[in-house]
Design a protein around this ligand. Structure first.
Ligand SMILES: [Zn+2]
Length: 299
């Protein structure tokens, strides 16, 4: 099933016949009927399929609102660059001052069966591997299913693993997303979540919250926590604040220019992030770390 999805996606043709085993109505979780250009829920009406043949399993007004917001300011530049995902992520991973110390999604894959279904919630345009089904609220190029993380279009206990990397801060109700992740994952399945703790405000399209490890664990009482810790350390936190700090000063009073200027400083300061490897094993470093994570197994 999953191989079929990804193969079809690469040829810009998403989903044919047996898709119904994976997706459902995001609102009532009922089966969807496929028509030529839509999916139909008997109770909630039609869901469009876009020009890249992805199902838009989301409220139309939410899709429209987010698209508008994403086309403004620094997000416009990011959205533009994300049309070239390979180049964007290559450059971004090298120069972004946030050091990825652990690869949580890979840790999850190592624990589930080979043909298991793994969803990447809030994937953006990056595909972490062939194994991941990308779910995002924006129809970026590598997204397979356009959906709202607060109302996932998957049935209860149907997914082997769900991962979410730096997404919780951008949703208004992260507790709801956590509950949805737990709902769709099978008992014995895995959930990995990373979220910022010490990180400047960054709207994409908005920014609502920050979490400690205790805060993340508290959101998932249904999980046996297997691992938790630092995803990006104190240097990442320090460099991001320094870049934004300098951005505000050298934007010379322009609120709009500040994040652009900050991104220029990020390119300059970025390489210092590798110093986070020194902090990785220092006890207490999570107290001032940029991003923290939990990995858990559903009871
Ligand atoms: Zn419905």
């Amino acid at each position: 099933m999953k191989d079929k999805l990804l193969k079809l996606r690469k040829t810009k043709v998403y989903i044919t016949g047996d898709h119904s085993s994976l997706i459902c109505c995001p609102f009532c979780k009922a089966d969807l009927q496929k028509t030529d250009k839509n999916y139909l829920c008997k109770m909630h009406g039609l869901f469009d399929i876009d020009s890249s043949n992805r199902p838009l399993l989301i409220e139309k007004k939410v899709l429209k609102k987010n698209t508008t917001e994403h086309e403004s300011g620094i997000n416009w530049l990011k959205s533009f660059l994300k049309q070239f995902p390979k180049l964007y992520y290559l450059v971004w991973h090298i120069v972004c001052p946030v050091m990825m110390l652990v690869n949580g999604p890979r840790m999850v894959l190592g624990r589930i069966k080979k043909d298991g279904i793994t969803i990447d919630i809030g994937s953006g345009p990056e595909r972490l591997g062939r194994e991941f089904i990308n779910v995002d609220i924006f129809p970026f190029s590598e997204v397979d299913i356009v959906a709202d993380a607060e109302i996932l279009p998957f049935r209860d206990n149907s997914i082997d693993a769900a991962v979410s990397e730096s997404v919780f801060e951008h949703v208004p109700d992260a507790d709801k997303v956590a509950r949805e992740m737990v709902r769709v994952v099978k008992p014995g399945g895995y959930i990995y979540v990373s979220a910022p703790f010490v990180h400047p405000y960054h709207a994409s399209p908005d920014d609502f919250n920050r979490w400690t490890i205790s805060g993340l664990k508290h959101m998932f009482p249904e999980l046996d926590i297997i691992e938790s810790g630092i995803r990006s350390g104190p240097w990442s936190a320090f460099l991001m604040f320094l870049a934004y700090w300098l951005g505000i000063i050298f934007a010379f009073g322009s609120k709009k220019a500040a994040p652009f200027v900050a991104h220029i400083f990020m390119l300059v300061l970025g390489p210092l992030k590798y110093l986070d490897y020194l902090f990785m094993k220092m006890p207490g470093a999570e107290a001032v770390s940029a991003h923290l994570y939990i990995l858990g197994k559903k009871k």
